[in-house]
Design a protein. Structure first.
Length: 296
């Protein structure tokens, strides 16, 4: 790879919603960019900006030092990577695969890359395209740290917050699933609460005021996670038995209100399981012990 970061020739394959955002930030940061997309129309904007458009994925693989691939799914990625002379063009170079896939797919791809002499990283994008363009996007990677460091200037350009979370392929994808779990648990909890509030005939604007303006999530989250990190479950605010008793009536309340009680039942079940395992007198972060070992 050339010394000056922006002299690195970077290829982007896939110019869909996400791939085009990745190509945009590489272009605006002055990288020597090459692009290819199956449907030519998505390449036109880049061609008009003077970016060379490959006549095939293999051309881009041949011409670049780092190849970023972001396609619909793993099958599409392998279709492209295993077609024509793409693998040959990538020999001795770095492939950064940002298509969402399973950890198993990731391991198979890492083995395929090794067989073909390709340095390989895979990543999971934890944001929307607009956040990539705003340089406020964390992308987590797994693969050899030396490969991550060697192409760090390129990874820095892709949203501004590259993080390596494991040396083995597949770890980034598993990490991303943990992050998505937080996102969806929070989002679904919010929507469930809004449904309960409306069904109870209470004003949604006060619900919004409490959950968005008044509630400092960052403070609460930091409190919970710092306690988990230290495995410190001593009670400072409220014991788990208080949480379990307080929340325990919520599923039946939901039934009375005629809204779904599925999510509250899951939460109440977990709290009760923590009591069964002897955490009644511990703080809420002790639920970590139940969740990490569900079958004890
Ligand atoms: P998208 O807008 O639908 O773009 C899909 C791209 O894949 C297009 O360039 C499409 O080419 C190409 N493609 C599909 N099948 C192909 C094949 N067999 N051969 C060659 N090219 C093929 O999707 P996206 O939103 O950019 O998502 C791309 C990846 O990023 C996904 O794995 C997604 O999970 C991940 N991601 C997206 C977001 C997001 O907010 N959008 C966030 C995080 C992660 P054509 O133009 O020819 O159809």
């Amino acid at each position: 790879m050339t010394d000056s970061a922006n002299n690195v020739t970077v290829g982007v394959i896939g110019l869909g919603l996400m791939g085009s955002a990745l190509a945009d930030v590489l272009m605006t940061q002055g990288f020597d960019l090459r692009v290819w997309n199956r449907s030519r129309d998505k390449c036109e904007r880049f061609a008009a900006a003077g970016v060379p458009v490959g006549d095939s994925a293999a051309t881009v693989a041949n011409e670049c030092e780092v190849l970023v691939v972001c396609l619909t799914d793993h099958a599409a990625s392998m279709d492209v990577l295993q077609s024509g002379e793409v693998a040959k063009g990538l020999e001795g170079k770095t492939l950064v695969l940002l298509t969402t896939m399973t950890a198993e797919d990731s391991l198979v791809t890492a083995a395929w890359a090794a067989e073909n002499g390709i340095h390989y990283l895979d990543g999971a994008i934890l944001a929307y395209p607009r956040e990539v363009r705003d340089m406020a996007c964390m992308i987590v990677y797994s693969g050899p740290r030396a490969v991550f460091e060697a192409c760090k200037p390129v990874l820095d350009a892709l949203g501004g917050m590259p993080r390596i979370v494991g040396d083995e392929a597949g770890i980034a994808i598993r990490f991303a699933s943990a992050i998505y779990t937080v996102y969806y648990a929070h989002a679904v909890g919010m929507i469930q609460g809004a449904a309960m509030c409306t069904a109870a005939g209470a004003p949604l604007e006060v619900f919004i005021e409490q959950t968005t303006a008044n509630w400092d999530w960052s403070e609460d989250d930091a409190y919970l996670l710092e306690r988990v990190a230290k495995r410190d479950y001593t009670v400072q605010e409220a014991a788990l038995e208080i949480h379990a008793a307080g929340f325990g009536t919520t599923p039946s309340l939901c039934d009375q209100l005629g809204v779904s009680s599925e999510l509250p039942r899951v939460i109440a079940g977990l709290l009760n399981e923590a009591l069964r395992r002897g955490h009644a007198g511990d703080e809420l972060p002790a639920l970590f012990e139940v969740l990490r070992k569900p079958n004890e």
